[in-house]
Design a protein around this ligand. Structure first.
Ligand SMILES: [Zn+2]
Length: 232
């Protein structure tokens, strides 16, 4: 009886306040979550995960010693992934991070990434995090950590420099600007970890490399990297 009443209220709420797809704003069907099936089927998956090396690995390993790398999607300017990441970052649509985190976590279990021992969400500068109210990669990172049964470590590395968004700065200056942007928390007590550094989009790779470099200063560290999307 109680279940019937809950279902009835659920159906009425969906009738008056329908849940909308974060991609196309169409009404979601009861079996759809966050994204409608049509939007979901149109997402540009990138299939990097089963391979020890891929284009992302080649680009990052030119700058830092990195173990494994993968991304869930290819990022095309003005494409659906750009739109969804914008929703996640600036419009409070945190469910997108959780949904993609679930999908990424499924790919990472039973893969090389099971060797990772702790997840690091790419830190935001505290001013930017305060303004946004949250770190957009935390939901994505948590789903991965839960599936791999390893902790999320938010306080090992921090962003000491509030760098500009990429669109505002020239790409060639990006590497110099980010080189000393991260610092280790002197009070952390982690050693011999295989860190899984997680971010939203890999564009130049400058911030991933700078953050990974800081983590690699910790004794016995290895770093693998996962992003929601890889910019083509
Ligand atoms: Zn849709």
């Amino acid at each position: 009886m109680k279940k019937t009443i809950i279902n009835l209220f659920g159906s009425m709420a969906q009738l008056f306040f329908p849940k909308l797809c974060v991609g196309c704003r169409g009404v979601l069907q009861p079996y759809e979550k966050t994204l409608c099936l049509k939007c979901e089927l149109g997402l540009p998956l990138c299939y990097f995960t089963p391979h020890k090396t891929n284009i992302m690995h080649q680009r990052l390993s030119a700058h830092i010693p990195v173990e494994y790398t993968t991304a869930l999607f290819l990022f095309y300017p003005k494409g659906i992934i750009e739109q969804l990441i914008h929703q996640l970052k600036y419009n409070g649509q945190r469910a997108i991070g959780v949904l993609f985190g679930d999908w990424m976590a499924d790919q990472l279990s039973d893969s090389f990434f099971e060797k990772c021992t702790a997840v690091i969400p790419m830190p935001l500068h505290q001013k930017r995090q305060r303004k946004r109210g949250y770190n957009q990669v935390e939901g994505f990172a948590k789903q991965i950590a839960d599936k791999l049964a390893i902790p999320v470590c938010n306080h090992v590395v921090w962003r000491k420099k509030n760098t500009r968004q990429l669109a505002q700065g020239k790409v060639q200056n990006r590497w110099e600007e980010l080189a000393d942007a991260f610092a280790l928390n002197p009070n952390h007590n982690f050693t011999n970890q295989h860190w899984l550094l997680v971010d939203d989009v890999m564009t130049t790779g400058a911030s991933l490399c700078a953050c990974a470099k800081a983590l690699l200063e910790i004794r016995g560290s290895k770093v693998s990297i996962v992003t929601i999307a890889y910019r083509v």
